[in-house]
Structures are given as structure tokens and as C-alpha cells.
Design a protein. Sequence first.
Length: 876
Amino acid sequence: MTAAAVTRRNNAALRVEANKGNDGSAAADGDNGRWSPATKREDDGAKDDVWVAVDESAVSGATAGGSDGGRPMLYRTYKVKGRILHPYRFFILLRLIAIVAFFLWRIRHKNSGWLWTMSMAGDVWFGVSWLLNQLPRMNPIKRVPDLAALADQQHSSTGELPGVDVFITTVDPIDEPVLYTVNSILSILATDYPVDRYACYLSDDGGTLVHYEAMVEVAKFAELWVPFCRKHCVEPRAPENYFAMKTQAYKGGVPGELMSDHRRVRREYEEFKVRIDSLFSTIRQRSDAFNAKHAGENATWMADGTHWPGTWLEPAENHRRGEHAGIVQIILNHPSCKPRLGLAASVDNPVDFSGVDVRLPMLVYISREKRPGYNHQKKAGAMNVMLRVSALLSNAPFVINFDCDHYINNSQAFRASMCFMLDGRSYGGENTAFVQFPQRFDDVDLTDRYANHNRVMFDGTMLSLNGHQGPTYLGTGTMFRRVALYGVEPPSFGAPASQIKAMDKANKFGTSTSFVATMLDTASNQERSITPPVTVDESVAGELFALTACAYEDGTSWGRDVGWVYDIATEDVVTGFRMHRQGWRSVYTSTEPAAFRGMAPINLTERLYQILRWSVGSLEVFFSHSNALLAGRRLRPLQRLAYLHMSTYPIFTVLILAYNLFPLIWLFSDKFYIQRPFGPYFICLVTIIAMIHVIGMFEVRWSGITLLDWCRSEQFYMIGSTGVYPTAVLYMVVKLVTGKSIPLRLTSKQTTASSGDKFADLYAVRWVPLLIPTILVLAVNVGAVGVAVGKAAVYGRLTVLGMLFNVWILVLLYPFALGIMGHWGKRPAVLFVVLVMAVAAVALMYVAFRALYYPAEWSVVAASLGKTASLTGTSE
Ligand SMILES: O=c1ccn([C@@H]2O[C@H](COP(=O)(O)OP(=O)(O)O[C@H]3O[C@H](CO)[C@@H](O)[C@H](O)[C@H]3O)[C@@H](O)[C@H]2O)c(=O)[nH]1
Ligand SMILES: [Mn+2]
């Protein structure tokens, strides 16, 4: 390996991780000198005062150069510099010692009364929860793909990029606007990956003609959009997001033509959008016309004058939600393997594509069969159908999945994932089941009121898990190894093909023999391309039909040991867990610009429902065969702790809720000193709490998030803890006792967006019972502050300590309070005034109450009234 090669690879690594406005499209042309100067890496390396490269030259199984027959190293590993890591770990240890000592001290100073016992139990519980969360976080590792090394490998004889099947799921064209879905698909069709080596599948759980016809429109518009992206190397390749961008550095080869091409494509895009928008009415008008001709019919008609096999506008037998036939439609077939150049500019053809490959990848529309009486298992069920159908049509050895509201933002992302999948290191590469990218969002308000960006989770927790077996599967933006989805064990525990043969004997995969044959193909060559074009004759069609049928999975292992896992509200975490339990690894990597971006619910109620679904899913994992405690030895110890924490965190919050409602007790009685001697107790408590924040600041430092991100996460945790998480616990209790589960709804995507105000959803209040507990906590703590002020007025002594606790809770619940104020929340000052007035009102009520029932104290009260008024800023 030559020094120059190393430098170049390092540069490439940097371009993905820390791209500073550099060329982003040249990964395939490794050697053409477009990489940044050799010195750049050293400079940037010096600037990075958090991460330092791990020396992996001694690692066996891979060669850094790749020229001597072995597999090259295709990614780099970084760890946190000792300067930060050591004090960070030291503080964690210190806190551990402190809480143990504190606990012992409390036992020695045992107080009587149930309050003391409860608070002891609670504190133990908190300590355990903290440990479960903290221990796996002590070894954060960053992994950076080396695109240049991948390109080198491709140039050499061995390397061709393997095939990828892209899955995208949608349900409802209204709740999940079609515009998002088509943008997502366009970004996939245009991404920078060999066009004959990937295929795109849309699963439409609604079975609506609107989605099908939108795909037909997409295929037409893609003929213009995709070559345009290739010609000018534009980013991102989702048109809506591309056109919304301000100017950017030009990366293509013909800058002179950008202006006119851009204008032309943009106009076409506007027309395309109009066609998409009008699909609802087009389909309705067409159907009305056909139905008028066919007396007595009330069908929904396709453009070619046949009935749509999916759901109809007027629901009818066999054509309604939850009851319709399975549909597989190949909208674009496999392209040829040879480039096909476009036409030169002409009158009909204003955009010059003469030097551009105009092929499009395969595009398939799927809607699985739905029948009443079957549990369709939501997204997991849809993914499993796609897994089977794609096996017959393209059978790529890798699979990446997106929610319909996520698009590819960095067209190098597929290549970046391949750097991990194809890496030569013995513990990496072929034992890597999936590569997880962070979820990044476009629509979130500037201050991220409801912690939608979730940076603490993505940039903190996931980086930490990189240091163990790898991140959990997060549902979208995940590249999988197909055989890992089939439930086989990693190659280090047995050859995948023979495992599949053995499992097939037990009819674990269902009855389709051609499907099992494709599984064996994938297992025996995991770097193959995709299956050459399939002619869908009658027998293939029949086979596809069988694979989309509800009954296919009866009596098989689908949903348990094979495919996405069922019966858990968060299919993602549990599916990833199954792989980790089998000994697979996973990789977390973030690129710059972000690999994928999407939409998040910014409405308070939607957001709470989202985390309700997640926390219910977590608890379901705990009470299932996927409990981390039941996993075998292949699940590493700290990975196990992380999963344990992930599946139990809602339980701890019941106590947080209790603590938050605690003031209720001392509002009405003076039971307040739950631990005597109170002085030392209080000081210890504050120290221990303060240490969490010190440790948190170290995490902010190494994860590279902002202080605001961190605060938002704390606040949102408290909001969840006072309402959603205890509700999830209640849900779980009901489920365990009665065996029945209440259905959880789909996250509704921004539906008020059309009103012109980008953040309209942020200010919309949707009242639901889920808001009540948190409102109660707010009220109790406002009340407590008020009474404390009142007491100060009566007794002339301010109970600062108690109030500190209440004020702290109010600070944490602040985003929630803003949220329920709706439009008033635009001016936080209003909230402040409201809060002060509420406190004053309670204080006055308290004083009045005292005056009424304890007239003897009246003189004292009268004397201190003036003080109250000045404290609360009101005058009488
Ligand atoms: O019956 C269903 C229900 C949902 N989906 C799709 O599943 C995806 C995720 O649903 P969504 O309501 O958007 O959930 P979110 O809370 O936004 O999603 C996060 O959390 C989910 C786990 O609860 C993961 O599956 C997602 O990938 C992850 O982004 C969407 O594409 C849906 O179209 C289906 O295909 N069929
Ligand atoms: Mn979503």
C-alpha cells in the first residue's frame, strides 16, 4: 500500500463525513484527481479535537491496499480522544460511587413512614435505569465510509457494485401526501448508483388507484428528471427539495446549459405536480363516465377501461379498505446492461441529453392482498410481502427501506453503505446485517420545540452502540443484507445457504419453491447484481399472486424468525434485535450532507401519539420472546443492557409522574421532609443530580450536538414522562391482563401545510385525553409555587427548596405549555404573564383561605399582603 493511496482514501473518508462544500458526485471516478489536496486531511484532522482515528493496520482479514488479493478496508474507525473520554468515564464512575454511598447513608438514617420507603424504592429504580442507560454509552465509536477505496475496488477486476432493492411504504394518499411519496421515488430513481443494479418497490397498503397512477406519472417525469440530475450532478435529487433550494455550487460538466435546462425541468415539474394533484378528480371523473355507461356499476376504473383491482372510491365488496386482491404491477422493467445515451436537443426535445445515460431503474407497484379476519401487521406485514415479491423480480442481495416521507438527500448514500457491507475485516463486512443512517428532518421548527430531531438519540446513543454490536434498526434509511432478513445466522456461525436449506425443510418460508430458490441464489453469492429481466408470464404472475396473499404466511415463520417481526408496535427495534441476538453486527454512520431526510410530526398531539406508539412498542418487546434477558450469549453484555433500557424506560417514568405530583401531598399537609437530616440529604441529592448534567455536557461535546438539542431532549423526556409513558405502561397492563390491544394510529404527516404557514401544525391544538396528565402536573406545580408564595406571605418564610423543584419541572414542561396555548404560543411572553398571574391567583387564594378559616392569623396575613403583591407583580 502506498502512502499516496492512503492519503487519498483518507480524503475521501473526510468528504463524506466532513464535506466542506466539496464536489459530492465524483466518488465513482476515484483516480481522476478531483479529490482535495493531500494536505487537507492532516489539517482537518488537527482541527477535529474530539475524534481520533483508530489504528487498524494490525487488523487481520483485510488489506489496506486491496491489491494483494485480500479485501480492502473500506471504512475508517474513530474513537473519542482521551482528553474527553477519560474524564467522561471518570465522572460516570464517580457518580456511581456517589449514588451507592448516598443510598447507604439513607439506609443508616432510616426514617419511618411509607413516604421514606417509597422514595427509597424509587431511587433504587432510578439508579438502575440510569446505569442501564449510561453503561453502554461509555465507548462511542464513529465509522466513516471510504468512498475512494470503494471506487478503487470497482476499478480493479474484482469489484462491481452489488444489487440493491429499494422498498418504500405508504398507506394513505391523504394522511401521507402523495407529493412526498413521488418525491421520494424520484430521488431513488435518480440516485447515483449503477442503474441496472437496483430496483425500486412501492408498497401501497391503501391499494388506491391514485398511488398507482402517480407511479405511472413518476415514470414519465423521470425520463426528464433523472437524466437532468445525471447531466448536472444536482443534489438533492428529490425535485421538490431541489427546486426549493437557494443557489448551490455547480458540480456537473456543462455549466453553460444549467440555466435553460433548469428552467425547462422546473416548468415540467410544476405541470407534473398539477397532474399529481388532480389525480383524485381525474379518477373520479373517469369512473363516473364509465359507470354511467355501465348501468348498475359503481366501480373505479383504470385509464384502459378496466376495473381497478384495489380499493374503490365507493367501497364495494372485494374493493374496500382491508378487503381487496393483491396487485403487483411492473411500471418500469429492468433496464439493459449497456448505457443508452439520450437524444441531442431538438424542437421536440429541448434538453440536450446526448452525452447522458437515460436508462431508468426498475419500478414496481405492490399492494398486498387484504382480507377481513387477518391481522395485516401494518408496516412489518407490508415489508415482508415486498421482500418476497422483490426476490422473484430482482432478488438483490441488499435491501434498503424508506418511509414514504423520507427521500435520498445525498446520492452517494448507497455507495456509503456498501463501504461497510463489502469491507474485508473479519469482524465487519459479511457479518454486518444492516447499516443505519440517522433520520434528519426538513419540516421541524427552528428551535425544535418537541425534540423532533432527537439528536441525543441519533448522535449520542447510536454512536455509543457503534462501540458494541451496533445501532438498533430505526425503521427508515437502513440498508440490509437480504440473508440477514431471512433469519439466518451470520457467516461466522455457518454458511447461509446451508442454513436456508435446513430451514426450508421445516417449511419456515412458505410453500413457494421458486421463492426458496431465489433465497439460495442470494445466500450463495451475496455480491451479485440483480436478476435479469423477468417476463411476467402466467406462471410468474401466479407465483407473485401467491406471495402477496394473506394466507401465504399461515403456518410459516414469517414475522417471527423470518422477515420483519410481528405483533410489536415498533417492528424496527425488534427486527434489529433479532439480528443482534443471532450475532450479527450493525453499523451507524452519518454523512455530510445527510444521506436521507424526511418529515416529522411537529404538532404536539401527533408527536405525543408517535412516542406513545414507540413506548408501547418498547414495552411489548420487553413482554415478548424478544426480551433482552432471554437472548443467548451472542448478544454482547453492553448491547444487552442497551436493549434492556430501550424496552423498560417507560416503566421508570411512572415514578417520575408520582414525584411530579408529589406537591399534592404537601399542599394539603406538611408531610414534606421525607428524609431527615434534611440538610445533608438535600446537598447529596443536588450533587447527584448536578453530576448527570456534567456527564451530559461531556456527551454534548463528543456527540457534536448543541446545548439546545440536549435541553430539548431533557424537556421532551419530562413531557413524555408525565403523560405518554405512564399511559403506555397502563396500555401494557391492560394488554397483559385482558389480552386485548388497542390499535395505535399512523403518524399523520403535516396536513395543515397547505394553509401557507410552514409551521401551522406547530400552533394547532388537537385536544385529546393524552394531554390531561401533563396538564395536571403543570397545574399542580403552578399551584405548589403559588402556595409556597402564599405561605411565605403568611409565615414570612419562603420555602425556597421546595419551590426550586417545582420551578424546575415548569421549566422542563415549558414546551408543552407553549404547545397547548396554540397561536398564543407564538409569543412566549404571554405564557410567562399567564404563569405569573396563575401563581399570584393561587397565592391569594391561599391567603384568603387562611384568613377565612384561621382568623387568628389574620393580623399576620394582613401585614404580609403587601409583600405578596410585590412578589408576584400584581397590585390590589
Ligand atoms: O399499515 C401500515 C402502517 C404504516 N405503514 C408505513 O410505515 C411507515 C412508518 O409509519 P409512520 O406512521 O410514518 O411512523 P413514524 O412514527 O413516522 O415512523 C417511525 O417509527 C416506526 C416504528 O413505529 C418505524 O417503522 C418508522 O420507520 C419510523 O420512521 C410509513 O411509511 C407508513 O406508510 C405501512 O406501510 N402500513
Ligand atoms: Mn414517519
